[in-house]
Design a protein around this ligand. Sequence first.
Ligand SMILES: [Zn+2]
Length: 75
Amino acid sequence: MLDERLLRILVCPACRAPLEYKDRRKVLICTGCGHRYEVRDGIPILLPPTAAESDADAADADAADGDVDAGVAED
Ligand SMILES: [Zn+2]
């Protein structure tokens, strides 16, 4: 069960559209982009869909930068 007042002020972190609570599946569905958010113990887990991917991309970019810097140092 999710607090109706809480649900009313919640928006999708990705597109700012209102969220719809699916009681049977215990998830929040974005009415805008359709992304699904987990609800654990009545607490919505509002992680933007790209959060995990962004972290991975950042790590890759750092590694690439390190290689470039090493090349420049040798010159
Ligand atoms: Zn959305």
